[in-house]
Design a protein. Structure first.
Lengths: 290, 278
């Protein structure tokens, strides 16, 4: 912005990653339009954690803020990565489901309302296991219901990343926004190591983790709609642009033939080096579009 | 427990469809067939182990990249809008280990493949196709989210070999730093953590528990009973909304999912009240 004055641009940046979930959801909203629903003062907490010696949080690590983005009604639902790893419990899951379902109902009533889901989460909260898994299935249904009417934008900025069942939610989104610091996948390296050994995935190999799950690789594979800097203005602008774009003609998760053929032609006889994989996948993409 | 994942799936798939081979072009790990069910022609889908599979981490009944995109394609091909308007029922037979945990899977975006299958099932349901999930064995974690959890109605066998859970015991014990024994003791006191299908039934997510005499090798009577229950669940699904509200409005959910219901009630008041006007 002020680079003409000789100052490096990052000095003018405000980091988005350093914000908590509430601040993240708030800064996406048009000035003065944000209102939080089921905030900490409503004190709807997890009923399952105290019995397991874990102090619940008054918002269960899920922030619901309604307001306007680019002048249009929108709801932002943000998971707080600092509380129980952003995990989905009964209450946080129900908050996300209900907000998305009410947005879908508003659209059906003629009030266009989009959604931004800010996912920093390892997935299901194991202390609430089956209710977290059930809530994830219900969030997925709510995304399917809403995205027919209005875009559902998944934003994974970092630093927890988006994994587990919430990775599937990201897969259903109309658009995905990531930073280079963000990660997106289904199973993290630790889980893979536990299930299939360190030779399958070494969780201490941070470079490999970012080369596979990181925003830059996901974008190179065509799985991200906007790869942005860790900057509040850049992220807010990217979200606004995607909301203006409206519902995509085809959602990525519905491109069955394209991806099924891609997987059929994939040679799984060896572990792919991420850059080599990126080249192969991109070349396939070019062929598929011919 | 894990070594028999898939055996029941195969047995029940054969009992309900008379088929035991994959469709042309599909991997051996995904069985799909159409079969008569009541007055309908229902589509049955089941993921089974495939020791010779191409992907090393998806050979034992896990839902991997090929499985998920195949399920998506086979659900989508009967549910995309056509002229007839007939809404063919879909039955997901569930006896699966989990999602596939592998590096190849992550690099090739298994999260999207799993979303693709869930998209196909959920879109089918929202378009009016009755989607019934029949859990005959294990239904674990992301595998169940991919194949079965988007159903209008979930039926499960009331049997010790049936397990619906977010994570298998050994992994859950490791992650929560407990012994399997301690985990089981804790799980028996906290309904959503329990590994017992009867405790799962208390969460209000199940439509019904079924009691076949032989869940491993179904008798003729078992098959007739299960068919009758599938037909009843399909009718029930056709008569009620296509969303998943039944899971939180059930009698059991009124007791167990009080917090979920409170969230809906309070959020609705705020969203639809004066402060909700943006």
């Amino acid at each position: 912005m002020n680079s003409s004055l000789g100052r490096p641009n990052f000095l003018n940046r405000q980091s988005f990653i350093e914000l908590n979930a509430r601040e993240r959801a708030n800064v996406l909203m048009d000035v003065g339009s944000a209102r939080e629903f089921l905030g900490p003062f409503d004190r709807i907490e997890s009923p399952w954690l105290a019995a397991q010696g874990i102090t619940p949080q008054a918002d269960d690590g899920c922030v619901v803020i309604k307001g306007r983005i680019a002048g249009q009604a929108a709801v932002a639902v943000a998971l707080e990565g600092a509380f129980q790893g952003g995990s989905i419990g009964e209450v946080s899951g129900a908050k996300m489901t209900a907000a998305l379902e009410f947005a879908a109902e508003d659209n059906a009533r003629g009030i266009p309302t989009s959604a931004v889901i800010l996912l920093e989460t390892g997935g299901v909260r194991l202390q609430e296991a089956n209710l977290g898994l059930a809530a994830t299935a219900e969030v997925m249904n709510a995304v399917l219901m809403l995205r027919r009417h209005a875009p559902v934008i998944c934003l994974t900025a970092g630093t927890v990343g988006c994994f587990g069942g919430m990775g599937l939610v990201a897969g259903l989104a109309s658009y995905v926004v990531m930073t280079r610091e963000g990660r997106l996948g289904m199973n993290g390296a630790e889980v893979i190591q536990e299930e299939n050994g360190i030779e399958e995935f070494d969780p201490s190999d941070r470079a490999l983790i970012w080369a596979i799950h990181g925003g830059e690789q996901r974008q190179a594979l065509g799985l991200v709609d906007a790869l942005v800097e860790d900057d509040v203005n850049a992220i807010a602008s990217a979200v606004q642009a995607l909301i203006r774009k409206g519902v995509p003609a085809t959602h990525r998760s519905s491109e069955i033939d394209l991806y099924r053929r891609r997987i059929q032609s994939l040679d799984p006889s060896h572990q792919w080096e991420p850059r080599e994989f990126r080249n192969w996948w991109s070349n396939r993409l070019a062929e598929d579009r011919l | 427990m894990n070594d028999f994942a898939g055996k029941r799936g195969r047995a029940w798939f054969h009992a309900l469809t008379g088929q035991s081979r994959p469709m042309e072009g599909d991997p051996a790990s995904v069985l799909v067939a159409d079969a008569d069910l009541g007055g309908d022609r229902a589509r049955f889908l089941c993921v089974v182990p495939n020791p010779g599979g191409r992907f090393p981490c998806a050979r034992h009944g896990e839902v991997g990249l090929e499985e998920a995109w195949t399920l998506a394609a086979r659900v989508h091909e009967i549910t995309r809008p056509n002229g007839s308007g007939a809404k063919q029922p879909i039955v997901a037979l569930v006896d699966l280990k989990s999602q596939a945990y592998g590096r190849r899977e992550e690099i090739a975006a298994i999260y999207l493949a799993a979303a693709g299958a869930a998209d196909a099932y959920g879109t089918a349901r929202l378009a009016g196709h009755p989607v019934i999930s029949l859990v005959v064995g294990q239904a674990l974690s992301g595998g169940f989210l991919t194949h079965g959890y988007q159903a209008n109605r979930i039926l499960a066998f009331d049997d010790a070999g049936v397990m619906i859970h977010a994570m298998h015991k050994a992994a859950a014990a490791r992650v929560t730093r407990r012994s399997v024994k301690d985990l089981e003791a804790l799980a028996s006191k906290i309904a959503p953590m329990s590994y017992d299908i009867r405790d799962f039934a208390k969460l209000g997510l199940l439509h019904k528990l079924l009691h076949p005499t032989n869940p491993d090798l179904p008798t003729r009577e078992d098959v007739a009973m299960v068919q009758a229950e599938l037909i009843a669940a399909i009718e029930d699904a056709r008569a009620t909304p296509v969303d998943l509200r039944n899971r939180r409005e059930s009698k059991e959910a009124e007791a167990t999912r009080r917090a979920s219901r409170l969230v809906y009630q309070k959020l609705s008041e705020q969203w639809h009240g004066p402060s909700g006007k943006i």
